[in-house]
Write a protein that binds this ligand. Structure first.
Ligand SMILES: [Zn+2]
Length: 110
């Protein structure tokens, strides 16, 4: 018995399980071609959502910088701007790494 990722939702399930316990897709009835197609779709959706998050992170980072330069160097807005720069930067970097990992996985898998 092995643990596999559900081709539809990515939830970890036994390869002997007839259906996914999370999304209910009938794993046992899927042929390899269909499974590969579903997994491709899932990865595509995942990388698209990561791309969207990267853009939001970038906007947060740039907006933080804008307010950092505009505002006087005191007050909660100033510190919120610094926080936005930090969070935006880290979020962006983390997302880039996740995008690279998704891309690398799909290259090996298919
Ligand atoms: Zn599932």
């Amino acid at each position: 018995m092995a643990i596999i990722a559900c081709p539809a939702c990515g939830h970890k399930v036994s390869d002997k399980a007839p259906t996914c316990s999370k999304c209910g897709v009938a794993i046992a009835e899927l042929d390899p071609v269909k499974m590969a197609a579903m997994e491709r779709d899932r990865r595509l959706q995942r990388s698209q959502s990561l791309m969207t998050q990267s853009i939001i992170a970038m906007v947060l980072f740039l907006a933080g910088f804008y307010f950092y330069w505009q505002l006087p160097a005191h007050g909660w807005k100033y510190y919120a701007a610094i926080l936005a720069i930090g969070v935006g930067f880290i979020w962006y970097v983390v997302n880039r790494i996740r995008i690279l990992m998704v891309k690398r996985k799909s290259k090996h898998g298919l």
